[in-house]
Design a protein around this ligand. Structure first.
Ligand code: AMP
Length: 187
């Protein structure tokens, strides 16, 4: 089973992804984690993206698509993909479609965790204390939210006619969201 967790920063995608990879014996494909890893290792990619990430801007599609292509080329991850934070733009969504077709895979479920701005601000301010992410300060949170709203609307439209697309209220408690997701899993 391959699925997407889609939604604004702070919607709980990472938390639900961690639950799902355990339950489905799958792999979390988090572009945010991959990009933070590049920065931590001070790679060429890391050097290119550090400013955009710290400013709450999107990283170039080309860079992100390349990371995703690498992840999808790993045969042990085939049909065990839990996308968290990808795709985030229409071009990424189209790229993912192509990559999945090329590797004979499809999307089984697309979850949209929808949360309003106030809830997101509260959640990310809490997360900052726990995870100490440099892009979790208020100014960057607001920028990330605005970037999300501008760039991801077309992605929502792209998926919203898909019969496997489900919107879930992301302001619910973690276990309430999990049980809503569970209801769609056929395992
Ligand atoms: P996240 O951990 O998913 O909240 O992502 C943190 C930051 O990484 C975002 O604010 C972007 O700067 C960058 N990022 C993560 N995923 C993507 C993506 N799919 N496309 C572009 N930038 C991304």
């Amino acid at each position: 089973m391959n699925l997407i967790l889609f939604g604004p920063p702070g919607a709980g995608k990472g938390t639900q992804a961690k639950y799902l990879i355990k339950k489905l014996d799958a792999f979390q494909i988090s572009t945010g984690d991959m990009l933070r890893n590049e920065i931590q290792k001070d790679t060429e990619i890391g050097k290119k993206i550090i400013n955009d990430m710290n400013d709450g801007k999107f990283v170039d599609d080309e860079i992100v698509n390349k990371l995703i292509k690498n992840a999808l080329s790993d045969p042990k991850k085939k049909n065990k993909l839990v996308f968290d934070g990808y795709p985030r733009s229409l071009s990424q969504a189209k790229n993912l479609d192509l990559l999945l077709k090329d590797t004979n895979q499809k999307l089984d479920l697309i979850f949209f965790l929808n949360v309003n701005k106030d809830t997101i601000i509260k959640r990310i301010e809490k997360r900052k204390i726990i995870e100490k992410r440099s892009d979790d300060d208020l100014k960057t949170i607001l920028k990330r939210y605005d970037t999300y709203m501008e760039t991801t609307k077309p992605v929502l439209e792209f998926y919203s006619n898909n019969p496997n697309f489900h919107e879930i209220d992301g302001s619910l408690k973690i276990d309430e969201i999990t049980s809503k997701i569970d209801a769609f899993l056929r395992v």
